[in-house]
Write a protein that binds this ligand. Sequence first.
Ligand code: SF4
Length: 324
Amino acid sequence: MADELPVEVRDVDMAFRTGAVTQQVLHKVSFTIRPGETLGLVGESGSGKSTMGRILVGLYVPTGGSVRLFGRPITGAERRGNLAAVRSRLQFVFQDPHSALNPRMRIGDSVGEPIDIAGGHSRRDRNGRVRELLEMVGLPRDSAERFPHEFSGGQRQRIVIARALALQPSFIVCDEPVSALDVSMQAQIVNLLMDLQEKLGLSYLFIAHDLAVVRAIAHRVAVLYAGSIVEVAPKADLYRAPQHPYTRALLDAVPRPDPFRKRGPVIGGEVPSLLSPPSGCRFHTRCPNVMPRCSVDVPHLLETGPMRQASCHLYDPEPLCNVE
Ligand code: SF4
């Protein structure tokens, strides 16, 4: 069905166990992505955002909660069959195009490999499709005969995107796809992804470590802190009036050209260890608005406006007995 939700994530937990040690990387994460929508998933290094991306393309099995892709559960007993059924509709674009491309393979073979694996195409059709894909991402058709080292970092990311499009996916996880590029190249790749979305009706989960990068591309933004979503909002609302203290701190860290702009308090400290996360609100060790109950009561993601949610006791005036 054209209007089925590409992604529905409900209360997802992900814990990694090494011997007796457990690292709770994701905690009760929920979100949806609609057809043709880009959800920006933003958080510092170690917040769990790449783990979430890998769950969505079937690389990790969550330890709790449920994930549905195109209406099919990929958690539970039906996982294997449902993942196989939706596999061609999902793709992943990694941060580092160097490691995503085999240096000894010609570009045409790298881009055409998913078509070869899927089978059912003549050599002529496959080569025609490769040329079409290279053109779609703004590379000359003769790129097919060349090797990865002959291209710049931005061009290599275009090649990776062409390969991701080979099987005509509907949903792509873009995991920091521009963070290894310089600023002008970042803008070109973001514009390319937006053009492709408009032409092909793609949905994206766009993962980034700062709010500046997702500003151009995201329709909505989810902010992840120490494995939990602390705020979700339409892009315009989030940038105009951030609600969670952590979102405000991330926005204050974004460089802006106005020399007279008054900066808020800059966030201090490190993301807490997920081996022993802080009690109560996980952000309380760094929060400029911390209150006595914050180290005891766990805040929950609550409706704070149209299509807006935040998990912070500033929006939850009733004391709760929800100590975890
Ligand atoms: Fe800060 Fe308390 Fe809100 Fe957590 S719950 S973000 S510590 S004010």
